[in-house]
Design a protein around this ligand. Structure first.
Ligand code: GDP
Length: 195
């Protein structure tokens, strides 16, 4: 999709604040610093629309971006940020769980993992949880420009195996620097948001 128009329409903490247009939604989840803002910016051809995180984990709201007035990108606050309190983490968990399990217009989740490393326990838990609820998942391995091409296959196999990615889901190698994987990510989004 060629994107010309993106608008942050809502920062929500509760269902009554979610948008009501009925347009399909794709949510983005991942650890703080994994490259979520960078991926979003590449997808919408912006340099810095989605703020890259100077204060990781600080935004504790679901941010709904209306893309071309036809679908929403939902930025889910990053997990695995050590400095938030237990209470805050529980609040975060509840907000995310409510959204991911009860939102009819949610059509899929893009789950980001750092392509350079083995997925963390948090990454594994998130993927297992999403598959349990049968939510379609696109796993995006980020920062792949930092890995030599010759090592990609091995690295991607490791990610697939560690997360136990199901046949129905997809894994894409991505780099915000070279834009590798951008078209594949868009293809997946379009396939999951056709009305
Ligand atoms: P977020 O916290 O998940 O939104 O992560 P950001 O998009 O802010 O990225 C965190 C850091 O990783 C920043 O310094 C980015 O410049 C860097 N980064 C993100 N994506 C890539 C990538 O594809 N390649 C490289 N080399 N660095 C990246």
């Amino acid at each position: 999709m060629e994107v010309h128009n993106v608008e942050l329409v809502m920062s929500a903490v509760a269902p009554e604040q979610y948008p009501t247009t009925g347009d399909p939604e794709i949510a983005f989840v991942g650890r703080s610093n994994v490259g979520k803002s960078s991926l979003t910016n590449v997808l919408i051809n912006r340099k810095s629309y989605a703020r890259t995180s100077s204060q990781p984990g600080k935004t504790q709201t679901l941010n709904f971006y209306h893309v071309e007035d036809q679908l929403y990108f939902v930025d889910v606050p990053g997990y695995g940020y050590a400095k938030v309190s237990k209470k805050e983490r529980e609040k975060w968990g509840q907000m995310i769980e409510t959204y991911l399990t009860q939102r009819d217009t949610l059509k899929g989740v893009i789950s980001l993992v750092d392509g350079r490393h083995e997925p963390t326990a948090d990454d594994q838990q998130m993927y297992t949880w999403l598959s349990y609820y049968e939510i379609p998942v696109l796993v995006v391995a980020t920062k792949m420009d930092k890995i030599a091409r010759g090592k990609w296959n091995k690295q991607l196999s490791m990610v697939k195996k560690t997360l136990n990615i199901l046949p129905r889901d997809t894994l894409v190698a991505f780099s915000a620097q070279t834009k590798t994987g951008k078209d594949e990510v868009w293809d997946w989004i379009e396939a999951h948001t056709i009305r």
